[in-house]
Design a protein around this ligand. Structure first.
Ligand code: MTE
Length: 318
């Protein structure tokens, strides 16, 4: 992205597994699982925990929309991250994001909708059946991973809000609390982190409201407690730790395209034929692999999503 990164390092070399394993054990011992208890109607009253990361989700059906290639390890996915609210280094989110309090948490859906609503995390967890979706993630910087997310289509949430005839775009707003997020104390980006989609993109079945990873509640560094994942777009479109989803009439301002409009477009569909002004997008390095592989149009999801862009000049609308 804008800020130069250190050369890629295998994620597993960065954060010793015992660090996050240790945190997970602590959380389990604290008796979390409240979300799941209430989801099953058990109604057990437990003290709010600082984080839920590590809580097992109920058995998940694997979505047929899943990629068939092998997923990256949990260690890779949780220790090699972009989450500038916790620092600009790849290892910073894994080391710093434990300060994020993910409970209580609310996500508001508002704007051009008939039924604006503020959802509590427990409500979100049981809004629709969670399923496992194994998605390729291609970062605009040239690396990729395969990640087993858990969630349900974003359309489930949007549909319930009933967009009005004036709703043409969807804006995603991340949390931005300098107390809990050390990166927000520095003006490296405009805070809060904001992203956007056209409404038809947001309603596409691949657009996932994401609440879990590897069969567990989402780890903080991966955008707990709720984020979106949009596998056909560069990773920065998939905003983390969401507090607001707003249906709007006009194309919203987005963080990276405001910071560097020539480098990061509103659409940001993965496109090996359109280079970033400072580097080629033709190839990518899959974390954990040596060498590089070819990047596929729409990150390999062209069959499903290309029709969304029929008639559009994808060079102009990069
Ligand atoms: N969301 C917020 N709020 N802040 C961020 O810095 N980084 C983005 C995206 N979502 C980012 C964000 C980028 S550049 C990428 S590649 C993905 O998150 C990384 O997601 P992951 O760390 O779960 O793999």
């Amino acid at each position: 992205m804008l800020i130069r990164q250190k050369p890629d390092i295998a994620a597993s070399e960065i954060t010793p597994r015992h660090l996050f394993e240790g945190r997970r054990d602590f959380i389990r011992a604290a008796g979390v699982g409240i979300a799941l208890a209430s989801a099953t109607g058990a109604g057990i009253l437990l003290r709010p925990a600082p984080a839920l990361a590590g809580t097992k989700l109920p058995a998940l059906r694997r979505s047929p929309l899943s990629a068939t290639e092998a997923a990256n390890s949990q260690a890779d996915i949780t220790s090699y991250n972009n989450f500038y609210e916790f620092g600009t280094g790849k290892e910073d989110p894994g080391q710093n994001a434990h300060t994020l309090r993910t409970r209580p948490w609310t996500l508001a859906i508002e704007g051009e909708v008939k039924h604006a609503k503020v959802y509590d995390l427990d409500e979100l967890l049981k809004l629709a059946p969670l399923e496992e979706r194994i998605y390729r993630l291609r970062c605009v910087e040239g690396w990729s991973m395969v990640i087993p997310w858990a969630g349900y289509p974003l359309s489930e949430l949007i549909r319930r809000a009933e967009p009005t005839g004036r709703a043409h775009f969807v804006e995603f707003i991340s949390a931005a609390d300098p107390e809990q997020m050390p990166g927000v104390r520095r003006p490296v980006l405009e805070w809060p982190y904001a992203e956007g989609l056209r409404l038809d993109e947001a309603m596409h079945p691949l657009a996932l409201l994401t609440l879990g990873l590897y069969g567990e509640v989402l780890p903080n560094q991966n955008g707990a407690p709720v984020r979106v994942t949009l596998p056909w777009k560069y990773g920065f479109k998939s905003a983390k730790s969401l507090v607001k989803i707003r249906l709007v009439e006009r194309q919203p301002r987005t963080t990276w395209s405001s910071a560097a409009p020539r480098e990061y477009g509103f659409y940001s569909n993965v496109n090996p034929q359109v280079d970033h002004p400072r580097w080629s997008q033709a190839r990518e390095r899959r974390i954990g692999e040596l060498g590089k592989r070819a990047t596929l149009p729409f990150n390999g999801y062209a069959d499903q999503v290309a029709a969304l862009y029929t008639g559009m000049d994808l060079r102009a609308n990069f």
